[in-house]
Ligand binder design. Structure first.
Ligand SMILES: C[S@@+](CC[C@H](N)C(=O)[O-])C[C@H]1O[C@@H](n2cnc3c(N)ncnc32)[C@H](O)[C@@H]1O
Length: 235
C-alpha cells in the first residue's frame, strides 16, 4: 500500500479493475445490480420505514456506485431527518478521475443521479491519504471510507452495522475479501438482527459466513448469476 489501481473499460463501457481483472459492478446494469443484490438482499428500503438512523458497511468502495445508489434510495425513502452512516473498506482506492469516468460511464444518462455524482466528486479528496478514514458528508449521509486492507482495518472498527454490502471482487480472484477471518470480523461488526448481501453463492464463502455465525440463504441472482447469498445475524 498504496498500490496504483487503474481501470480500463470493456466494449460496453463498464469499468474493469486491472489489478483484479474483474469488473467493479455488473457489465450489464450496475445500478440494477445494486438494487437487486445489495438493497433487495438486505431488505432495503423496507427496513428504513420509521427509523431515525441506519448503519451500512461495505467491503470495497470501488467507484462509489453503491454509495450513490444508496443515497438516492435513502433520500427517496427514509424520514427527512434520519441519518445514514455508510462505512466502506477500501485498500486500493481509485484515482478521483477514474471514479469520475466510471460514474460518467454508468450514470451519464441518468439525470436523476447527476447531483449526487457531482456531490461525491466534490467531496472526494484529490489524493487519497495513506491511512483513513476519509469522511464525506452528503445529504443526510455520512460516509467514512476506511483506507487499508479490510482484514486489517475491520477487526478494530467496532461497527454495529445494520446491513453489509459484501462487494470485494469475485471470490475466485480475491480470496482475502472472503476469508474466514474477515467474515468473522464482518459478523462481529454486525448488529443483532443485522444482515449481509452479496452477489456470490460460492460454497466456501457461504460456509465461511455460516461458520462466523450468520444464518445464510440463497436467493435468485442478478443478470447472468443464477444465485446470490444473503443472511442475518440472529437477534
Ligand atoms: C467490486 S469492487 C467494489 C465496487 C464498489 N462497491 C462500487 O460501487 O463501485 C471491489 C473493491 O474492493 C477493493 N479491495 C480488494 N481487496 C481488498 C482488501 N483486501 N481490502 C480492502 N479493499 C479491497 C478493490 O480495490 C475494489 O475497489
Amino acid at each position: 500500500l498504496p498500490v496504483q489501481h487503474s481501470i480500463r473499460f470493456d466494449e460496453n463501457g463498464a469499468p474493469i479493475s486491472t489489478l483484479f481483472e474483474d469488473p467493479f459492478f455488473s457489465r450489464r446494469d450496475g445500478p440494477a445490480e445494486t438494487a437487486h443484490t445489495f438493497h433487495g438482499g438486505n431488505g432495503l428500503p423496507e427496513r428504513w420505514a420509521g427509523c431515525s438512523g441506519f448503519v451500512i458497511g461495505e467491503t470495497g468502495f470501488g467507484t462509489g456506485l453503491n454509495l450513490i445508489e444508496t443515497i438516492a434510495l435513502w433520500r427517496a425513502c427514509a424520514l427527512p431527518e434520519a441519518q445514514l452512516h455508510y462505512v466502506s473498506l477500501e485498500a486500493f482506492p481509485l484515482a478521483k478521475s477514474d471514479i469520475g469516468a466510471s460514474l460518467q460511464a454508468v450514470l451519464g444518462g441518468r439525470g436523476d443521479r447527476q447531483d449526487l455524482v457531482a456531490a461525491l466528486l466534490d467531496a472526494l479528496p484529490d489524493a487519497w491519504p495513506t491511512g483513513g478514514p476519509v469522511r464525506l458528508v452528503m445529504h443526510n449521509v455520512t460516509a467514512d471510507i476506511v483506507i487499508g486492507l479490510a482484514q486489517e482495518t475491520l477487526p478494530d472498527l467496532r461497527l454495529s452495522a445494520d446491513a453489509w454490502f459484501l462487494d470485494g471482487h469475485s471470490p475466485a480472484k480475491n480470496h482475502d475479501m472472503w476469508s474466514p477471518d474477515l467474515m468473522r470480523a464482518v459478523f462481529d461488526n454486525t448488529a443483532p438482527g443485522g444482515t449481509f448481501a452479496t452477489y456470490t453463492a460460492a460454497g466456501w464463502v457461504r460456509r465461511n459466513l455460516q461458520a462466523a455465525g450468520f444464518i445464510v440463504e440463497k436467493r435468485p441472482g442478478f443478470g447472468g448469476k443464477r444465485e446470490m447469498s444473503r443472511g442475518v445475524r440472529p437477534a
